[in-house]
Design a protein around this ligand. Structure first.
Ligand code: ZN
Length: 167
């Protein structure tokens, strides 16, 4: 299992549970604590959360406040785009608040956007993350710390025992 003298550092596989809420809200964002295992130092977590975990060991817990730039970024008032209704497939029912994945054929990238408004001009898309601009309060408990295997370091991610990797 986990060696209690190991602390979180780059190249360690860290398991943790966290709960998160938006500043000013009493309710947590998830129904219960969320469990995560990740390879530290690969920017897998929110930047401010990964930063605060350095030096922690299994069993340790912490409350952290993440400003927007340490979490999902600042809210960008220019990250909106009006798309004519005719560009959407006719068989999709569009509603305000709906999340969409948009595939840009030129760059082959996938963007996530939210429908901010539907009006006569078309559909107003918001490319901000829904938690952009929010300050988050996170309670985190480290449950295990172990050195990553050479394969995990080479791939930049955690391999759990149920995962099969083909070469
Ligand atoms: Zn892998």
């Amino acid at each position: 299992m986990s060696n209690p003298s190991l602390t979180v550092n780059d190249g360690m596989v860290v398991s943790l549970v966290y709960t998160m809420r938006i500043e000013g809200d009493d309710e947590a964002l998830n129904d219960g604590p969320v469990s995560v295992s990740y390879l530290h130092g690969e920017s897998s977590l929110l930047p401010g959360l990964e930063e605060t975990l350095y030096g922690m060991h299994a069993g340790e817990e912490k409350n952290v406040v993440l400003e927007p730039d340490e979490a999902f970024g600042d809210y960008d008032p220019d990250a909106f785009e009006m798309v004519p209704m005719s560009e959407f497939p006719g068989d999709v029912e569009l509603e305000t608040g709906m999340a969409l994945e948009l595939h840009d054929e030129e760059t082959d990238e996938v963007y996530e956007a939210y429908i901010a408004e539907i009006n006569d001009e078309g559909v107003l898309l918001d490319f901000n993350h829904p938690l952009a601009g929010e300050t988050l309060h996170v309670h985190v408990r480290v449950t295990a710390v172990r050195p990553a295997t050479p394969d995990e370091l080479a791939h930049g991610h955690v391999h759990d025992e149920h995962e099969i990797h083909l070469n």
